[in-house]
Design a protein around this ligand. Structure first.
Ligand code: 13P
Ligand code: SF4
Length: 305
């Protein structure tokens, strides 16, 4: 480790303690950011940790909608993002106004929204979901006749197949996961015939059809620990491989493609984490009006699972 890096880590540790801060990192973050974090996890786990933390300050190493979710759940805490420009292109594919207009066209529909949405969109939802619980959330709505699902069309398709429910889906998608093609899975399988294929439900239905399981990032982590396979082909953002290798040193992990890298997730650096703790920025706040409505949708989700 370079001297500067050592000093940055030492200063982060010192400030984290004196400022009573907690550092949360999504599973796609750079290895050194995952290493300095108090907790790494998927969107559901990080929302849960944010909801119950006793820390005064939360440094959120992820993308904007994740920090907003933490701010909605903990309005009394300071939520900091080391790089304010880290967004989620899929979350930007639907606005509050567009969702209001869709709701207007389907006034009887229950509205389910992926956590990958802005706070303004969450304020329009009946219930939120993540990739880890989307099937369970829609199953819990079994007596509802009409369900709107936004913004990810691939997650909507996956949930619809698993629950047998027809969903009114928005045409959003993750530009990173759609880079993973069926040909990538087939080619990887030829090179690694004994490997088990696991993918994220943001992948296309054709890619999911070639997999053994479609799982959230933390579910992938649990699956690879408990599964007896020694090799895995991973169909998600490349950053997860670091965690999978660390947790399973005797197993092999092959990315389905090297192309699936989320530039937004890589914006956060340990230097940025240190600056966030030193200068207490960039603070993410959601207005009270939006927060109160968005919180209900997130809390309904947390109550289901
Ligand atoms: P997870 O909740 O599965 O970690 O996914 C978040 C995400 O942004 C996937 O692209
Ligand atoms: Fe958004 Fe896709 Fe990046 Fe996840 S991987 S944060 S869904 S752009």
């Amino acid at each position: 480790m370079k001297k500067l890096e050592k000093e940055i880590i030492r200063d982060i540790k010192r400030l984290r303690k004196s400022r009573r801060a907690v550092i949360l990192a999504h599973n796609y973050q750079l290895p050194e950011v995952q290493e300095i974090a108090d907790y790494c996890g998927d969107s559901l786990e990080l929302s849960r940790i944010a909801a119950r933390t006793k820390a005064r300050i939360v440094v959120f190493c992820g993308v904007h909608f994740m920090a907003e979710t933490a701010s909605i759940l903990c309005p009394d805490k300071k939520i900091l993002m080391p790089d304010i420009s880290a967004g989620c292109p899929m979350a930007d594919m639907i606005t509050g106004r567009q969702l209001r207009s869709l709701k207007h066209r389907h006034p009887q529909a229950t509205v389910v929204g992926y956590v990958n949405t802005s706070a303004e969109v969450k304020a329009e939802l009946d219930i939120c979901c993540t990739s880890a619980n989307a099937v369970a959330v829609v199953n819990a709505l079994k007596d509802k006749k009409e369900i709107i699902f936004v913004p990810d069309r691939n997650l909507a398709d996956f949930v619809s197949r698993r629950t047998g429910k027809r969903l009114i889906a928005w045409e959003g998608f993750c530009p990173i996961h759609v880079k993973i093609l069926p040909e990538d899975i087939k080619r990887s399988k030829r090179f690694h015939p004994r490997a088990c294929v696991i993918v994220h439900p943001e992948c296309s239905p054709e890619v999911i059809a070639l997999s053994s399981a479609a799982l959230s990032t933390s579910q992938m982590s649990k699956f690879t620990k408990s599964n007896k396979a020694k090799e895995f082909i991973i169909g998600t953002e490349a950053g997860l491989i670091y965690k999978l290798k660390k947790d399973n040193p005797s197993k092999e992990f092959y990315p389905a493609t090297e192309m699936a890298v989320c530039a937004d997730m890589k914006r956060t650096t340990i230097g940025g984490v240190l600056r966030a703790l030193e200068e207490l920025k960039y603070e993410i706040r959601v207005s009270d009006k939006i927060r109160r409505r968005a919180r209900m949708a997130i809390e309904r989700m947390i109550q289901i699972l």
